[in-house]
Design a protein around this ligand. Sequence first.
Ligand SMILES: Nc1ccn([C@@H]2O[C@H](COP(=O)(O)OP(=O)(O)OP(=O)(O)O)[C@@H](O)[C@H]2O)c(=O)n1
Ligand SMILES: C[C@](O)(CO)[C@H](O)COP(=O)(O)O
Length: 232
Amino acid sequence: MGVVALVPAAGRGERLGYGMPKALVPVDGVPLLVRAVRGLLASGRVRHVVIAAPPSDVDAVSTVTAPLAQAGGAVYVVAGGAERSDSVRLALTHALREIPDTSIVLVHDAARAFTPPSVVGAVVDAVAAGHPAVIPVLPVADTVKQVDSTGVVVATPDRAALRVVQTPQGFDARVLLRAHESGLHATDDAGLVERLGVPVVTVPGHPDAMKVTTKFDLAVAEALLAGSGGTP
Ligand SMILES: Nc1ccn([C@@H]2O[C@H](COP(=O)(O)OP(=O)(O)OP(=O)(O)O)[C@@H](O)[C@H]2O)c(=O)n1
Ligand SMILES: C[C@](O)(CO)[C@H](O)COP(=O)(O)O
């Protein structure tokens, strides 16, 4: 069973506003991307990692991530694309071309750098058990409103049926390839798979798998790290 993790890390981090690509932003001296890759490998389930880096930072990203490769595995770096889905597709193409036994593919945001390895393991286990698509989720803590284009509320969905979606999202490699060849658009990979009519199952996510998007999130990440004694 070849498990490969694709790590989209080519975003500009505009909402964070740190003046460098978000994946390279350090928390306690260690870039978010390095922490994300360490967490994937610490699960003991992932052998190979393919990172989609900002095109102008492929060399810098290769330098910081090459030492992370474990025995029998490799860390590849490719140039990412304009949108997250382009970066995932470019990394997937590389994985399917260069890593012959790729059967399960995880897609994991570099920005979710503090995801516990146990979440990675739960996703891989569920795909290995025969589910073609698996996502980690959390319940919704707030009441959610649907609004129209002018901001007027049109509905209050029952939040018991809503979930917040995290990564890593895990897939049968053939299903993910079909989803990315579909030409459809979605903000996550499972969104593409859903549109193929393939069932997507959920496993429990974790609050630490939060996406570092804003300065507030970065402050939360720093607090998390301080509270955990410095891992991952
Ligand atoms: N063209 C892109 C855009 C995003 N990502 C990656 O997708 C993940 C989720 O994206 P997000 O958190 O929205 O990051 P940014 O696009 O960098 O954020 P912003 O919109 O604030 O610039 C991140 O790890 C990001 O690096 C990517 O690989 N390629
Ligand atoms: C994939 C994702 O992390 C699921 O929550 C999220 O959709 C990516 O964030 P973006 O801002 O839509 O790029």
